[in-house]
Write a protein that binds this ligand. Structure first.
Ligand code: SF4
Ligand code: SF4
Length: 141
Protein backbone atom coordinates (compact mmCIF):
# COMPACT_ATOMS: atom_id res chain seq x y z
CA UNK A 1 0.00 0.00 0.00
CA UNK A 2 0.89 3.69 0.03
CA UNK A 3 2.42 3.36 3.50
CA UNK A 4 5.53 2.13 1.75
CA UNK A 5 6.15 5.75 0.73
CA UNK A 6 6.48 6.73 4.40
CA UNK A 7 8.97 3.90 4.88
CA UNK A 8 10.91 5.11 1.85
CA UNK A 9 11.01 8.66 3.24
CA UNK A 10 12.22 7.56 6.68
CA UNK A 11 14.69 5.14 5.09
CA UNK A 12 16.10 7.88 2.88
CA UNK A 13 16.34 10.23 5.87
CA UNK A 14 18.20 7.59 7.91
CA UNK A 15 20.56 6.90 5.00
CA UNK A 16 21.37 10.58 4.52
CA UNK A 17 21.89 11.11 8.25
CA UNK A 18 24.15 8.08 8.62
CA UNK A 19 26.29 9.26 5.70
CA UNK A 20 26.17 12.93 6.79
CA UNK A 21 24.78 13.87 3.39
CA UNK A 22 22.09 16.22 2.17
CA UNK A 23 19.67 15.31 -0.59
CA UNK A 24 21.56 17.40 -3.22
CA UNK A 25 24.66 15.24 -2.55
CA UNK A 26 22.72 12.14 -3.55
CA UNK A 27 20.86 13.39 -6.59
CA UNK A 28 22.45 12.14 -9.81
CA UNK A 29 24.93 9.77 -8.13
CA UNK A 30 23.64 6.74 -10.08
CA UNK A 31 23.50 8.42 -13.46
CA UNK A 32 27.04 7.33 -14.51
CA UNK A 33 25.91 3.72 -14.03
CA UNK A 34 23.16 4.00 -16.62
CA UNK A 35 23.99 2.26 -19.87
CA UNK A 36 22.30 0.63 -22.80
CA UNK A 37 21.28 -2.97 -22.02
CA UNK A 38 23.44 -4.37 -24.81
CA UNK A 39 26.59 -3.20 -23.03
CA UNK A 40 25.84 -5.11 -19.83
CA UNK A 41 28.27 -7.93 -19.04
CA UNK A 42 26.50 -11.17 -19.95
CA UNK A 43 29.22 -13.16 -18.21
CA UNK A 44 28.61 -11.51 -14.85
CA UNK A 45 27.84 -14.30 -12.37
CA UNK A 46 27.22 -14.01 -8.64
CA UNK A 47 26.18 -16.36 -5.86
CA UNK A 48 24.47 -15.60 -2.57
CA UNK A 49 26.59 -16.08 0.56
CA UNK A 50 25.17 -16.20 4.09
CA UNK A 51 27.27 -14.92 6.98
CA UNK A 52 26.51 -17.55 9.62
CA UNK A 53 27.78 -15.33 12.44
CA UNK A 54 25.35 -12.55 11.53
CA UNK A 55 22.36 -14.81 10.78
CA UNK A 56 19.53 -14.71 13.35
CA UNK A 57 17.93 -17.88 11.90
CA UNK A 58 14.63 -16.20 11.01
CA UNK A 59 14.24 -18.31 7.85
CA UNK A 60 12.96 -15.53 5.62
CA UNK A 61 15.58 -16.19 2.97
CA UNK A 62 14.72 -19.87 2.97
CA UNK A 63 10.97 -19.25 2.57
CA UNK A 64 11.47 -16.65 -0.17
CA UNK A 65 13.85 -18.77 -2.22
CA UNK A 66 11.82 -21.93 -1.66
CA UNK A 67 8.47 -20.41 -2.66
CA UNK A 68 9.36 -17.90 -5.34
CA UNK A 69 12.86 -18.56 -6.62
CA UNK A 70 15.05 -21.62 -7.19
CA UNK A 71 14.98 -23.60 -3.92
CA UNK A 72 18.63 -22.72 -3.53
CA UNK A 73 18.78 -22.40 0.27
CA UNK A 74 18.95 -25.49 2.45
CA UNK A 75 17.67 -25.56 6.03
CA UNK A 76 19.86 -27.84 8.10
CA UNK A 77 19.33 -29.07 11.67
CA UNK A 78 19.55 -26.23 14.17
CA UNK A 79 18.05 -23.84 11.59
CA UNK A 80 21.35 -23.42 9.79
CA UNK A 81 20.62 -21.88 6.39
CA UNK A 82 23.09 -22.52 3.61
CA UNK A 83 23.10 -21.53 -0.05
CA UNK A 84 23.18 -24.40 -2.56
CA UNK A 85 25.49 -22.94 -5.20
CA UNK A 86 24.38 -25.48 -7.79
CA UNK A 87 20.87 -23.96 -7.67
CA UNK A 88 21.46 -20.25 -7.02
CA UNK A 89 20.54 -18.05 -9.99
CA UNK A 90 21.56 -14.80 -8.27
CA UNK A 91 18.09 -13.28 -8.23
CA UNK A 92 18.97 -11.26 -5.07
CA UNK A 93 15.61 -12.03 -3.46
CA UNK A 94 17.16 -13.45 -0.30
CA UNK A 95 19.26 -10.31 0.11
CA UNK A 96 16.14 -8.17 -0.11
CA UNK A 97 14.15 -10.11 2.50
CA UNK A 98 16.93 -10.66 5.04
CA UNK A 99 16.36 -8.35 8.03
CA UNK A 100 20.06 -8.24 8.97
CA UNK A 101 22.13 -5.81 6.96
CA UNK A 102 24.97 -7.45 5.01
CA UNK A 103 24.12 -10.89 6.38
CA UNK A 104 23.58 -12.12 2.83
CA UNK A 105 25.88 -10.77 0.16
CA UNK A 106 26.37 -11.60 -3.51
CA UNK A 107 29.83 -12.92 -4.31
CA UNK A 108 31.03 -12.32 -7.85
CA UNK A 109 32.70 -15.34 -9.45
CA UNK A 110 36.26 -14.81 -10.62
CA UNK A 111 36.96 -15.16 -14.34
CA UNK A 112 37.72 -18.84 -14.92
CA UNK A 113 35.88 -19.96 -11.79
CA UNK A 114 33.39 -22.79 -12.30
CA UNK A 115 29.70 -21.85 -12.11
CA UNK A 116 28.38 -24.95 -10.34
CA UNK A 117 24.85 -24.30 -11.62
CA UNK A 118 25.67 -24.28 -15.33
CA UNK A 119 28.91 -26.27 -15.25
CA UNK A 120 30.50 -23.46 -17.30
CA UNK A 121 33.58 -21.54 -16.25
CA UNK A 122 33.04 -17.82 -15.97
CA UNK A 123 34.37 -16.08 -19.05
CA UNK A 124 35.73 -12.55 -19.30
CA UNK A 125 33.53 -9.54 -20.01
CA UNK A 126 31.30 -9.92 -23.05
CA UNK A 127 28.25 -7.86 -23.88
CA UNK A 128 25.48 -8.46 -26.42
CA UNK A 129 27.56 -7.01 -29.23
CA UNK A 130 30.33 -9.57 -28.66
CA UNK A 131 28.79 -12.56 -26.87
CA UNK A 132 28.58 -15.83 -28.85
CA UNK A 133 24.95 -16.25 -27.75
CA UNK A 134 24.11 -13.42 -30.15
CA UNK A 135 24.14 -14.78 -33.73
CA UNK A 136 24.29 -11.19 -35.01
CA UNK A 137 27.19 -10.24 -32.75
CA UNK A 138 29.59 -9.44 -35.57
CA UNK A 139 27.01 -7.34 -37.43
CA UNK A 140 26.13 -5.43 -34.26
CA UNK A 141 29.72 -4.45 -33.46
S1 SF4 B 1 20.00 -15.22 -4.89
FE1 SF4 B 1 17.95 -16.02 -5.41
S2 SF4 B 1 18.33 -18.12 -6.08
FE2 SF4 B 1 20.15 -17.46 -4.97
S3 SF4 B 1 19.84 -18.15 -2.87
FE3 SF4 B 1 19.09 -16.03 -3.00
S4 SF4 B 1 16.90 -16.18 -3.44
FE4 SF4 B 1 17.82 -18.18 -3.90
S1 SF4 C 1 16.97 -14.07 6.20
FE1 SF4 C 1 19.03 -13.53 6.92
S2 SF4 C 1 18.91 -13.65 9.15
FE2 SF4 C 1 17.13 -14.74 8.34
S3 SF4 C 1 17.79 -16.89 8.19
FE3 SF4 C 1 18.21 -15.94 6.22
S4 SF4 C 1 20.34 -15.26 6.36
FE4 SF4 C 1 19.63 -15.64 8.43
Amino acid sequence: GFKVVQDMISGLRDYLDSHEMGLPDLIGRAVPNVTDWRYLNLNYVTKAVIDQDACIKCGRCYAACEDTSHQAIAMKPGRIFEVIEEECVACNLCVDVCPVEDCITMRELEPGELDRRTGIRRADYANWTTHPNNPMAKAAE
